[in-house]
Ligand binder design. Structure first.
Ligand SMILES: Nc1ncnc2c1ncn2[C@@H]1O[C@H](COP(=O)(O)OP(=O)(O)OP(=O)(O)O)[C@@H](O)[C@H]1O
Length: 282
């Protein structure tokens, strides 16, 4: 996508986003409630027309994808789009009929291990059962691009783990691109290799997860700092008794040596993705 803009009621929810994905990428899409994650995913899928810029999949604008290209996309929406009046089995049969690459063995395996009650009418299924069924539909037609909008919100911890294991297997094949939004940041940290961090309509960070984890750190000084070293990009300062902690971004490991010249006891703490997300959204 290039310079992508989406505006609702004169508010630019997406304000000029540029990013690219390729096979093997597993992108964790992070952002607070209302940051624009679903809007971005829907626009990538061609469900909404950009107000500026463009999104292309396989060199085709998303809004002009052919039926054949759409066959290569798997999507788990935040709110499922299952047909209430059908049973699970009927829904699977109907969906698979229109998919050229349907993998029945994958479907049987997931339905069995997730104990999806296929004979139950979808309107009577629990939220978690519906979410599992949506995931089966998205995963088992072997899409080249898999887009998951909060796919685990209603899953119990066991099902969540099984789902993540499936996703890790799919990601390991390096044949697909996955974009995954979730508020369970620790899950994303286990499977993602790329991060898009949406904030105020822009990508506050986009790039490899490892780069993000190296660039946002906490520096512990066992003394009260009178001033913040000018070479640091400060995110937050905390004072606890006589020690000072600085959370910084744009950290370069090479900076440590020069800081140690003035502060020999300085310590660097690397953070989890969840902590980084919280720090950058404070
Ligand atoms: N069709 C629409 N019309 C008007 N405003 C919209 C529309 N779709 C989204 N918005 C607004 O755009 C903003 C982003 O919404 P979006 O659903 O993309 O956020 P999100 O990051 O997915 O949030 P959450 O984490 O709560 O699911 C919100 O302020 C929302 O009210």
């Amino acid at each position: 996508m290039d310079a992508l803009v989406r505006t609702f009621n004169q508010h630019k929810v997406l304000n000029g986003l540029t990013a690219h994905i390729k096979r093997g990428d597993v992108v964790a899409l992070l952002g607070k409630n209302g940051a624009g994650k679903s809007t971005l995913l829907h626009t990538i899928l061609g469900f909404g027309v950009p107000d500026g810029g463009e999104v292309k999949l396989w060199q085709t604008p998303s809004i002009a994808l052919t039926q054949q290209q759409k066959q290569h996309i798997g999507f788990v929406p935040q709110q499922d789009e299952l047909l209430e009046q059908l049973t699970g089995a009927e829904q699977l049969k109907l969906f698979s009929k229109f998919r050229t690459h349907w993998d029945q063995a994958c479907c049987d395996r997931l339905v069995d291990s997730w104990k999806i009650p296929l004979n139950t009418r979808i309107s009577k299924m629990s939220l978690g059962e519906r979410q599992k069924l949506s995931i089966v539909l998205a995963l088992c037609h072997q899409p080249e691009l898999l887009i998951l909008d909060e796919p685990v919100a209603s899953l119990d911890p066991m099902a969540r783990r099984q789902f993540l294991a499936e996703l890790i297997d799919i990601a390991a094949e390096q044949q697909r691109a996955i974009i995954f939004s979730s508020h369970i940041v620790s899950d994303m940290e286990r499977i993602a290799n790329q991060v898009w961090l949406l904030k105020n309509g822009e990508l506050a960070f986009q790039g490899p997860l490892d780069d993000l984890k190296e660039s946002v750190v906490r520096l512990h000084f066992p003394q009260t700092l009178t001033e913040v070293p000018t070479e640091l990009t400060l995110v937050r300062r905390q004072q606890l008794g006589n020690s000072t902690t600085l959370t910084v971004q744009d950290w370069q490991p090479g900076q440590l040596a020069s800081l140690q010249a003035s502060y020999p006891a300085i310590q660097v703490e690397y953070l989890s993705l969840e902590e980084i997300f919280l720090e950058l959204n404070r």
